[in-house]
Structure formats: C-alpha cells, structure tokens
Design a protein around this ligand. Structure first.
Ligand code: SAM
Length: 190
C-alpha cells in the first residue's frame, strides 16, 4: 500500500498543534499502559509526539508512527524517534512490540479494519494496546462526527464496544473500557 497523506491539514497545523492540545490529561492511558523498563512501545498516529514525550519518562523505547511529514518534523524537534508509516502497514515484525497506544487518531485511519489487523500482528503475546478516542455515544462526539463529515474530513468514529470488537476479531482480548467526559479508553491485550 502506498502512503497517501490524505490528511494534509496535519502538515500545516503541526507547528501549532501542541499549543492547542498540550494541556490534555491522559491519566487512564498511562495507568493502563503499565510500561516497564525495556519495553518496546509504539505511539501510532502519534502526531507531534505530544503524548510520547511524557510516556518516555515511564521508561521503555517509544517510536512515534505517523504518515505526516509535518507532524514528524515536530517529533524530531523533541529529539524523539519517528517512523513515517501508516497504521495499516506497520514496518515492524510480527510480535515485536510490548505496548501500543493510539490517542485521538484511530478515527482518522483510512482503513480501520486493516489497521486493527496490523496492530494486533505486531503486538507480542501478553502485550497491551490502549486506545483513547472520543466516545461516539456522547453528544459532543456525535456533533464533531457530523461537522467533520460536512468538512469532508473522511473520519469515522466508533462507539467503544464496536471499536474493541474490531480488534477482538483479529485475536485481541478486551481488558476494559473506561469513559471520562466524552472520551473512552479501550484497553486490549493479546
Ligand atoms: C488528531 S492527530 C493526534 C496526534 C496525537 N496522537 C496526539 O494526540 O497528539 C491524528 C494523527 O493521526 C495521523 N494519521 C492519520 N491517518 C493515519 C494512519 N492511517 N496511520 C497512522 N496515523 C495516521 C495524522 O497524521 C495525525 O498526526
């Protein structure tokens, strides 16, 4: 699959991204990731490395995976390792990664079933995958989903149980789903 950067807008918002979203808290994510020293970790759709810069402080080796050159420029500026790739076609061997997290990005992936399959493929048995997404069951997310459709953004949001089911279909197990305000944290293991 050829990398199509369908989300060119991420290139031009990249230099300002952290200024708008830098204050967001991700307590449930950090707790469920349970990162141990030496863990190999992927932040898929990791953007500027906004969340990764905090996760590296928990130990482990973290790579930001993202197709946007503009976002990856910000990753390098932070001194973090970035890989230009799609979630649908991860350039990592099968069962090579201990932890994967995806924050506010899954709804942007063009081929979500393929992404779910490849994410489960690279995860080690016993590994953990934590996804933070706006919860489609809440009114603010429903409104955002409609506005993004009107803006022709081609995003697709799921209710958290349906999101979990995509991964379970490829061999992952659901650990838990937690919700806070209009966000959901979906925790899966393999
Ligand atoms: C809203 S940003 C979130 C960035 C980061 N996770 C954060 O919370 O700060 C969504 C990111 O998903 C990336 N993205 C879009 N399609 C993708 C795909 N198919 N695979 C991996 N990343 C993708 C975009 O380039 C963008 O950086």
């Amino acid at each position: 699959m050829k990398i199509r950067n369908r989300h060119g807008h991420f290139n031009w918002i990249a230099p300002f991204y952290d200024r708008f979203f830098g204050g967001m808290q991700h307590r449930a994510l950090f707790q469920h990731l349970d990162i141990q020293p030496g863990h190999r970790v992927l932040d898929v759709g990791g953007g500027t490395g906004r969340v990764t810069q905090h996760v590296v402080q928990l130990g482990g080796h973290v790579w930001v995976v993202d197709p946007s050159p503009g976002m990856l420029r910000e990753v390098r500026r932070k001194g973090l390792p970035g890989v230009r790739a799609l979630a649908e076609q991860l350039p990592f061997p099968a069962e090579s990664v201990d932890r994967i997290f995806i924050v506010d990005a899954f709804h942007h992936f063009a081929h979500q079933e393929l992404a779910a399959r490849d994410l489960v493929r690279v995860l080690k048995p016993g590994g953990r995958l934590v996804i933070e997404e706006p919860d489609l069951r809440t009114l603010p997310t429903k409104i955002i989903a409609v506005l993004e459709k009107l803006a022709l953004m081609q995003t697709h949001f799921y209710a958290p149980p349906d999101l979990a089911a995509l991964f379970v279909a490829h061999g992952a197990q659901l650990v838990t789903i937690e919700t806070e305000n209009f966000n959901a944290t979906v925790v899966l293991s393999k």
